[in-house]
Write a protein that binds this ligand. Structure first.
Ligand code: VGL
Ligand code: ZN
Length: 199
């Protein structure tokens, strides 16, 4: 299927058990993700890739704790433990992730002043990562998503994929969630309402 691409979101050490922002059982998805990679023609990987002074880190905000929400210039922003710092072990892909076949690795969240959950747009929902243009120039019309975390980077990527005009599916079994205050249920409903096919 040359007009279809698999997008593997943030399967990185820091989102797996033992990592700085570990998603429960995040590493469990790796065999299924590898199977999806093997069965797709076009594969894109994303990598959360923050400078050490990134504004989404609670450590940069005096008196703030991880998982609190602040009002950023572009809207509400959850604060996180320091994670996926550029060049760190935590930012590396999970060692068992089959990355050889990836045609593109897209890094996001590299600007200190703005976070980027989605693979398509940063959290102002305006600044593009260039991914939609890349896919469209290649004639891709359909995307399949998997990875970490369902309720943040996978979810916002899926919503933006629909917005960009791609037929969009999420392989839920090949995702795991952070689930802060019902964020998994909320994102699942948003994806469903937007027309994302939840597989
Ligand atoms: C993510 C929180 C912060 C994710 C990335 O990959 O879902 N979540 N940075
Ligand atoms: Zn991040």
């Amino acid at each position: 299927m040359p007009d279809k691409a698999l997008i593997v979101i943030d399967v990185q050490n820091d989102f797996c058990p033992g990592g700085a922002l570990a998603v429960e059982n995040g590493d469990e998805i790796v065999p299924l993700v590898n199977h999806l990679i093997a069965s797709h023609h076009n594969v894109v990987l994303t990598q959360d890739w923050h400078p050490a002074d990134h504004s989404s880190f609670a450590s940069r905000h005096e008196g703030r704790q991880p998982f609190e929400t602040i009002e950023a210039s572009y809207g509400p922003q959850t604060l996180w433990p320091d994670h996926c710092v550029q060049g760190s072990k935590g930012a590396d892909f999970h060692p068992d992730l089959d990355r050889t076949k990836a045609q593109l690795v897209i890094r996001k969240g590299f600007r200190a002043e703005i976070d980027s959950y989605s693979a398509f747009f940063e959290n102002d929902h305006e600044t593009t990562t260039g991914l939609a243009g890349y896919l469209k120039e290649r004639g891709i019309r359909e995307v399949v998503l998997c990875g970490l975390a369902t309720d943040f980077c996978v979810g916002f990527s899926a919503l933006d994929a629909v917005r960009c005009g791609f037929k969009t599916s999420v392989v839920m079994q090949a995702c795991r969630a952070i689930d802060l205050d019902g964020s998994l249920a909320a994102m699942t409903e948003r994806m469903r309402a937007a027309g994302v096919h939840l597989l």
